[in-house]
Design a protein around this ligand. Sequence first.
Ligand SMILES: Cc1cc2nc3c(=O)[nH]c(=O)nc-3n(C[C@H](O)[C@H](O)[C@H](O)COP(=O)(O)OP(=O)(O)OC[C@H]3O[C@@H](n4cnc5c(N)ncnc54)[C@H](O)[C@@H]3O)c2cc1C
Length: 401
Amino acid sequence: MNFEVSDKMKTIIGMIGEFVDRELIPMEQDFLSKPLKSLQPEIERKREMVKKMELWAPNHPKEYGGMGLDLVEHALVSEALGRSPLGHYVFGCQAPDAGNIEILNLFGTKEQKEKYLRPLVDGKIRSCFSMTEVDMPGSNPVMLETTAVKDGNDYVINGQKWYSSSADGSEFAIVMAVTNPEAQPYLRASMIIVPTNTPGFNLVRNISVMGHAGEGYFSHAEILYQSCRVPQTNLLGPEGHGFVIAQERLGPGRIHHCMRWIGICNRVFDLMCSRAVQREISAGKTLATKQIIQSWIAESAAEIQSARLMVLHAAWMIEKVGASAARKEISLIKFMVAGIMQKVIDRALQVHGGLGMTDDTIISFFFRHERAARIYDGADEVHKISVAKRILKEYETKKVK
Ligand SMILES: Cc1cc2nc3c(=O)[nH]c(=O)nc-3n(C[C@H](O)[C@H](O)[C@H](O)COP(=O)(O)OP(=O)(O)OC[C@H]3O[C@@H](n4cnc5c(N)ncnc54)[C@H](O)[C@@H]3O)c2cc1C
């Protein structure tokens, strides 16, 4: 077993760490207090700097302008970028574009790749992924109601979606819709590329989430598809293979998210420890002298370290045996890391007292924003049930003495 990080990755991570500290963390007060639109020119300047440093789109294919890092390498990058909410976006590897890039690269036609994939990797346009519906359980996506019906050379899409993250300002959506209602449940839906300027693509609102509707990249939209007509050539991959393609998207995506969450844990852990050694709580005694705080720090350190190793191991498994054979490992990290992050952020907030509740530190943003980690990409309970079923199945045939 080799835990060593290659020289190449040490250099890349070092450069990213410096950039995040020097260029992105100082932007956070503005990020927390001003409209995103007013920061966009500055964000674009930072993106240009990243391109000049040749660190743009670390996980995306080389032939489209990315660095082509493998999954374990990008996991380390994602951790380094996770320290700032702007990290992934400024380096051109943000969700949901990252997942859309992956499936366009795997399943897109030559024309789709030129029209959508190339400018997406280049950061010239953004996209969203439109699967979850208002009235149907996202946890059981075979129950989709949105339909795409063939008419001449087109598909006509009707349905109501929400939580289409970053739809505001996106050039296109990849929409999951039922095309084959008579097929078996997992072969009923297809993925279809829908330009957002298509008549019948109606962005109803950016949903207010924990008090913030957000805007642009940092938002989640409700979208009404009303007789939204696109050519059949916009089908991504084979018809009825929407769920097969979705599986491809979710394995690596969970590694990216989990390592981003570890980056968040590292950041708030730093803030917690730094506050603990500075905050005098009685004459000559800081918070750091209190055993209960020491216990939180030790527990957080152990949890972050164990979560980090689990995610790197899962990434390594996906590289070795593929996402399907690593399903257990992927489910384990998904609920485990989301839960650890929530605990660590909460402890960091508590150590900061009233300051932790304000937007004078980044902790409250992470507290609010990252609660969703236990819901999207499969709720905790869904992953736990799936892991437990897999484990228990082994015991149906295993003789235990
Ligand atoms: C911030 C955020 C961003 C998102 N981004 C996107 C996006 O870009 N595109 C997109 O299409 N969707 C997105 N989603 C939607 C997300 O994928 C769904 O919210 C998720 O799949 C859960 O579906 P649901 O909300 O319909 O909850 P439901 O399916 O109604 O489940 C509700 C709760 O029930 C419990 N539960 C579910 N199934 C079981 C079970 N079998 N046994 C026991 N308990 C269970 C879980 O606790 C779950 O949280 C996003 C969601 C959030 C919060």
